[in-house]
Design a protein around this ligand. Structure first.
Ligand code: BTN
Length: 277
């Protein structure tokens, strides 16, 4: 099924004709402008939308980032989309999904754009140490387990330096800035959709170990001294103080494992990290 808002920037049926996917994008909504693709898809998910339903927008007026932040989503510059997963997954494993998505994106940027994408815990994709992509996964659970995961992906594609807000310029990049070339957003969208379709659907729990290996292989901070800035009120946040130690690995639920100077391990479920020099 395809859905198009009046004169949309992409024709959904054209996209669907290009997609070699089994699950993802069979039900595709294209918007010129929307508040947030995640918000829209969460509403559809609550009404029983099928797995693989995808929303893509040229512009978001209220794009959302992690930790209650805003995600700047100007028209014609990036890829702003959300897709729906309904995996048979234990609730405790949900935190692994956004890491898996980041690993797939880093891999796709490498294959499709020949750019060296790396991942940063919990779910950023970077090029040359600057953020090119963010992921916001929002989960609905019931006593029976995971009902749905709305996976929102924002990729900075054709922004120039001045297109980023001044406070972001030091930390953000785009595929254009990283490569010197403009990129066709539709081609990239199709490649990402195909990569997600292969990696994340049809028995996700069996696929997660390989995806986590992939994540670890493209995480330069692993084994390095880092500082964790725990998210306020996050479980296991140890009173919210910044903590420095060695990034020892990823736990079974996607938590960051930090080896403390005394040798003990601490686990962090949410927050940010910085590499200590
Ligand atoms: C982050 O790094 O803070 C996560 C950013 C996620 C942005 C994407 S853009 C598409 C989807 N819709 C939203 O409102 N947010 C996500």
């Amino acid at each position: 099924m395809s859905h198009r808002t009046e004169k949309s920037f992409w024709e959904p049926r054209e996209i669907q004709a290009l997609l070699h996917t089994q699950v993802l994008g069979r039900n595709l909504f294209v918007f010129n402008r929307i508040g947030s693709t995640n918000e829209f898809l969460k509403r559809l998910a609550r009404r029983g939308a099928e797995e693989g339903t995808t929303i893509v927008a040229d512009e978001q007026s209220a794009g959302r980032g992690r930790l209650g932040r805003r995600w700047h989503s100007p028209p014609a510059k990036g890829l702003w989309f959300s897709f729906l997963l309904r995996p048979q997954l234990e609730t405790e494993k949900v935190g692994l999904v956004s890491l898996a998505i980041a690993a797939v994106i880093a891999d796709t940027l490498c294959q499709a754009c020949h750019l060296d994408g790396t991942v940063k815990w919990p779910n950023d994709v970077l090029i040359s140490g600057k953020k090119v992509c963010g992921i916001l996964c929002e989960t609905q659970v019931s006593p029976a387990g995971v009902e749905s995961i709305v996976a929102g992906v924002g990729v900075n594609v054709n922004q120039r330096y001045d297109d980023f807000a001044s406070e972001w310029r030091a930390h953000a990049t785009s595929l254009l800035l990283a490569s010197g070339n403009m990129w066709d957003r539709r081609t990239l969208f199709v490649k990402l959709m195909e990569a997600f379709d292969q990696s994340l659907f049809k028995n996700l729990p069996d696929k997660l170990p390989v995806l986590m290996d992939k994540w670890c292989n493209c995480c330069p901070a692993l084994g390095q001294t880092i500082t964790v800035i725990p998210a306020p009120l996050a479980p296991q946040s140890h009173g919210d103080e910044n903590v420095t130690g060695i990034f020892a690995g990823i736990g079974e639920s996607g938590e960051l494992m930090l080896r403390m100077p005394a040798g003990d391990l601490r686990f962090f479920a949410a927050g940010e990290i910085t590499l200590s020099t």
